[in-house]
Design a protein around this ligand. Structure first.
Ligand code: MN
Length: 224
């Protein structure tokens, strides 16, 4: 009898897991591919525990409202206020964490494998004056975000590129974001993203990020 109960619980939990459709994107490279700029231990923990944790919490919160599993994560985040009140905060934080990290992994690539094309360089110059100014402003956004959050390069609906930062797991797709639009580059500045290698030196981590930006992806996101 006891065994049967355990078996039933297993079957039920498995079906819930299958229904909970928010799954991590596959990491597009190995855990050690971004060394020495981002170490493999940090990548492993960040992806398998932090990112997976956000997805698990999101899926768990939606168990009460399984029809929401069918929605796109962007749709959920853009319309948080229309969701049942008891899951709004969880969707904002854990849904945000799920979405942001899916973007973040794809915006990086092993050092030296991509570079800023002439077309992208011109776009950055048109918007910021120079690539150097763009990088300085983006670094500043990451450095001045107090506590945990993200730095963003956003394509506004007008087509203009803007830099800003968000707290916690918020993003430019939240309805109440200070700058709204399509994220085309982002950097996680939560301590869990860099503490093992850089400890308190967030500036060193932010600068190291430039070595592993996937510029092809940034350009694709700007023009697609
Ligand atoms: Mn993170």
């Amino acid at each position: 009898m006891k065994r049967l109960t355990i078996l039933l619980v297993l079957i039920i939990s498995t079906s819930v897991l299958i229904m909970g459709q928010f799954k991590l994107v596959d990491l597009p490279y190995k855990y050690n591919a971004l060394e020495p700029y981002i170490d493999s231990t940090t990548m492993y923990i960040h992806y398998n525990f932090h990112h997976q944790g956000y997805a698990t919490n999101l899926n768990k919160a939606l168990e009460k409202y399984p029809e929401l599993y069918k929605k796109d994560i962007m749709e959920l985040l853009q319309n948080i206020k229309e969701l049942p009140a008891d899951i709004q905060t969880t969707v904002r934080n854990n849904g945000g964490g799920y979405y942001n990290h899916n973007l973040f992994w794809k915006m990086m690539a092993p050092a030296g494998t991509t570079k800023i094309s002439a077309k992208l360089e011109k776009k950055l110059i048109d918007n910021f004056g120079s690539v150097e100014v763009f990088k300085t402003e983006f670094e500043k956004a990451g450095m001045t975000r107090f506590g945990s959050g993200w730095a963003w390069l956003v394509k506004e609906p007008s087509g203009k590129l803007k830099i800003f930062s968000t707290a916690n797991q918020d993003s430019p797709i939240n309805a109440d974001a200070e700058v709204k639009g399509k994220p085309v580059l982002t950097l996680d500045v939560w301590e869990h993203a860099y503490y093992l290698k850089y400890q308190n030196k967030r500036a060193a981590y932010v600068k190291a990020f430039w070595s592993v930006v996937n510029w092809n992806e940034v350009e694709r996101l700007i023009y697609n």
